[in-house]
Design a protein around this ligand. Structure first.
Ligand code: DOR
Ligand code: ZN
Length: 430
């Protein structure tokens, strides 16, 4: 089963049950510097002063790649910062995050982007890509960002088409939060009605009809209607359109708005009907979605429990549990093992980076997962500053035992082994 011919001696060999994109195989991963230089059977493994075997009860996965998170710094570090956010990522087996630009002030210029890079380089324990906001200095930021993020309010801007054409010219990914502001009626605690499925479908349609030539990626798609629109267009324009979904839209529905978790579960787009939830789950099971993302969106608990529901900010943390929620579905037989590619190699391909795969020439990002544990999700145990979750009380059978970022062990048995070390990722620009 030898893949690649590693040198006879390497820096590190990690042996165990390795996920190689299709299935789990008992193998040795040879690492030299920050890269995987070979994958061999144990009898063909190169020699190394450092050899670690993770025995039965463990699986070795690639580092996950989460292309939609909010680390909140600069500007909102009382909600999260690069240290706590990246520690949450490591606990969730995530080694690359892409951070959204809705900081305070929003990241729309080269200067603010450089400032954010400086902060993240000083504090992050995982690698990071950054998006800029609409009307950002796109050309000036092009070499430093992985793409642009459009929020619902940007979708009504008259200058949108020119902006999209500029993104197309520069080969930049455009990530869209599809909710049509004209169809949002905020108010009331039935949040799914306040931001109805039609608003998502309408936003998707409008963007697809613009024909800008830009590389469009719809994020946290939550309705069967929007999924159908996207899949129909993808059938003609596969290279130009992609979409992702979240674990919360896969696994939770709007019934949560009638429980005591209604404030914690407030999120944009909202949790949907059971039919929509099934549709979202279905595109993951059928590998029709291009990625799974968390939309890790921490807020302070005080904000989330605001008296007035309309003041409760949308979103909740998820980086620590997303991989383990997927593994729960996989281990219980509802999803295939290959689903993991939607949270690793596939999003990496969308960005054009060589990550999220245990393969020759790829960065040595490895996640060692212990299986057969019994634990219960408790928000109070989170390392994120946001210590709550709509998944409170869910049972999990896996936990992250260790994480290697580019060959360097960053986390082991709950201990962080570095104070920083995350780097800016560069991406394809065409
Ligand atoms: O629920 C959400 N929270 N949706 C968004 O689009 C923004 C995010 C946030 O930044 O809190
Ligand atoms: Zn978001």
């Amino acid at each position: 089963m030898t893949r690649g011919k590693p040198p006879s001696n390497v820096d590190l060999v990690v042996e165990g049950k390795v996920f190689l994109g299709e299935s789990l195989e008992w193998a040795c991963v040879a690492i030299e510097g920050d890269e995987v230089v070979g994958i061999t059977s144990p009898s063909h493994a190169p020699s190394s002063e450092q050899k670690i075997t993770y025995g039965d009860g463990h699986i070795i996965l690639p580092g996950m790649v989460d292309i939609h998170v909010h680390m909140r710094e600069p500007g909102l570090s009382y909600k999260e910062d690069w240290e706590t956010g990246s520690k949450a990522a490591l606990r969730g087996g995530v080694t690359v995050v892409c951070d959204m630009p809705n900081n305070v002030p929003p990241i729309k210029s080269r200067e603010s982007l450089m400032r954010k890079i400086e902060i993240a380089e000083g504090k992050s324990l995982v690698d990071f890509g950054l998006y800029i906001g609409y009307t950002g200095e796109l050309e000036k930021c092009s070499d430093l960002c992985v793409g642009v993020k459009l929020y619902p309010e940007d979708l009504a801007e008259p200058g949108l088409i020119d902006f999209l054409r500029e993104a197309a010219r520069l080969g930049k990914l455009v990530v869209i939060h599809p909710e049509d502001p004209e169809l949002i009626r905020d108010g009331g605690t039935n949040y799914c009605d306040a931001r109805p499925p039609e608003s998502e479908i309408s936003a998707v349609r409008k963007l697809l009809e613009l024909g800008s030539g830009a590389r469009l990626h719809f994020t946290h798609v939550s309705t069967s209607g929007a999924i159908m629109e996207i899949l129909a267009k993808k059938a003609q324009l596969r290279e130009f359109i992609s979409f992702d979904v979240t674990p919360h839209h896969m696994l939770l529905n709007s019934n949560l708005y009638s429980t005591e978790l209604f404030k914690i579960a407030k999120v944009n787009p909202p949790l949907r009907s059971e039919d929509d939830r099934k549709a979202v789950y279905g595109v993951v099971r059928g590998m029709l979605a291009d990625a799974v993302v968390t939309d890790h969106a921490p807020h302070s608990l005080g904000e989330k429990l605001s008296e007035d529901f309309s003041e409760v900010p949308p979103g909740f943390p998820a980086l620590e549990i997303a991989l383990h929620l997927l593994l729960r579905e996989i281990l219980e037989g509802r999803l295939g093992l290959k689903t993991l590619n939607l949270y690793s190699s596939r999003p990496a391909e969308i960005l054009g980076i060589r990550r999220g795969r245990i393969s020759m020439g790829y960065k040595a990002d490895l996640v060692i997962v212990k299986i057969g544990v019994e634990r219960v999700v408790r928000g109070e145990d989170f390392v994120s500053k946001a210590k709550y979750t709509p998944f409170e009380g869910w049972r999990l059978a896996t936990e992250t035992r260790a994480v290697y970022l580019r060959g360097r062990k960053m986390l082991e048995d709950g201990e962080y082994l570095a104070e920083r070390g995350g780097e800016l990722i560069c991406c394809r620009s065409s």
